[in-house]
Design a protein around this ligand. Structure first.
Ligand code: ZN
Length: 306
């Protein structure tokens, strides 16, 4: 939640001093008394099989905070000296939060039927400090839980780092992890893909089409190269459905097909826009150009509309 106006570092410390000067501020009593069902659930969740708590009618001391938690709705929560400080930090862009310290001290057991009352004291604001998460402030407060006899049952020191998360634009976009090897022989192919052309290498001497590209014509051994632009149509010659292992940047399963072009060569590519179970050998396909990140486009194959 961000509300209020941004403050200077000095004003934040002034507010912290003001909140600390309030001293211990009592909150509303717990909505429910210390009770057996809650203790039973807590012991089960913690894997604590000690029967002593319910036998003696007392709560495990580490449950102190449980009784006065505000719950999901947050209804009926009264403002503590910490809230204004948190609001001000949020308004200054320190919206990230991570708890760094929690120290508890127990004075006595809370008894069944007892209604605890929390009291909060804001104790310290330190910062701004540069941390691995970003620049932020360490805010520390203390909570004491009082029993029906108005005596402290438990105390807690709590410290959080309120930090300014890095802006989205400062985070570098991850490129698609699998990049084709582009070399002297294949550069023309990838240049074509960027231009929406499916280029097939040809021999400049005998005219033979070949794919994948290479430096030498297997028919006449010429090194004179050229290319032709394919129609972009093809039929599925063979395929596999890849389930495992995981491939970085891809969701499994995906289909890898060998596509036969009417020009006379075969080309490997993903079959997309079609559930794997509907992929069928002989199906008519059309090339489609899919951006994988802001630099790489891959040619893939989608079912051709009838
Ligand atoms: Zn040739």
């Amino acid at each position: 939640m961000t509300e209020g106006t941004p403050m200077t570092d000095e004003e934040l410390h002034e507010l912290a001093d003001k909140q600390a000067a309030l001293g211990e501020v009592r909150g509303a009593p717990a909505p429910d008394p210390v009770n057996a069902p809650m203790i039973r659930h807590w012991l089960a969740a913690m894997g604590d099989a000690n029967p002593a708590y319910l036998d003696k009618g007392v709560a495990p001391p580490a449950m102190a905070q449980v009784w006065t938690m505000q719950g999901l709705s947050g209804q009926g929560k009264d403002r503590s000296p910490v809230d204004d400080m948190m609001t001000a930090l949020n308004a200054n862009g320190y919206t990230g939060v991570v708890a760094t310290n929690c120290e508890q001290a127990y004075h006595r057991y809370a008894r069944l039927g007892e209604r605890l009352t929390p009291a909060t004291r804001f104790s310290d604001l330190a910062g701004p400090k540069r941390t691995a998460l970003g620049v932020g402030y360490f805010a520390t407060w203390n909570v004491t839980w009082y029993g029906d006899d108005d005596q402290p049952v438990a105390e807690m020191l709590f410290r959080v780092l309120k930090f300014r998360p890095p802006r989205k634009t400062e985070q570098k976009a991850e490129p698609y992890p699998l990049r084709p090897a582009v070399n002297q022989d294949t550069a023309f192919f990838w240049e074509g893909v960027r231009n929406g052309e499916l280029r097939v290498q040809t021999c400049a001497d005998c005219g033979l089409l070949r794919h994948p590209p290479g430096p030498l014509c297997p028919h006449c051994r010429s090194t004179n190269l050229s290319y032709t632009v394919a129609s972009g149509e093809g039929t599925l010659y063979s395929y596999v459905v890849h389930h495992h292992p995981p491939v970085p940047g891809r969701e499994t399963p995906f289909v890898v097909g060998v596509v036969e072009l009417p020009e006379g060569v075969r080309i490997v590519g993903n079959v997309v826009d079609c559930p794997p179970e509907e992929v069928d050998i002989g199906m008519s396909l059309r090339v489609t150009y899919r951006p994988m990140d802001d630099q790489l486009i891959l040619p893939m194959w989608a079912p051709r509309e009838p």
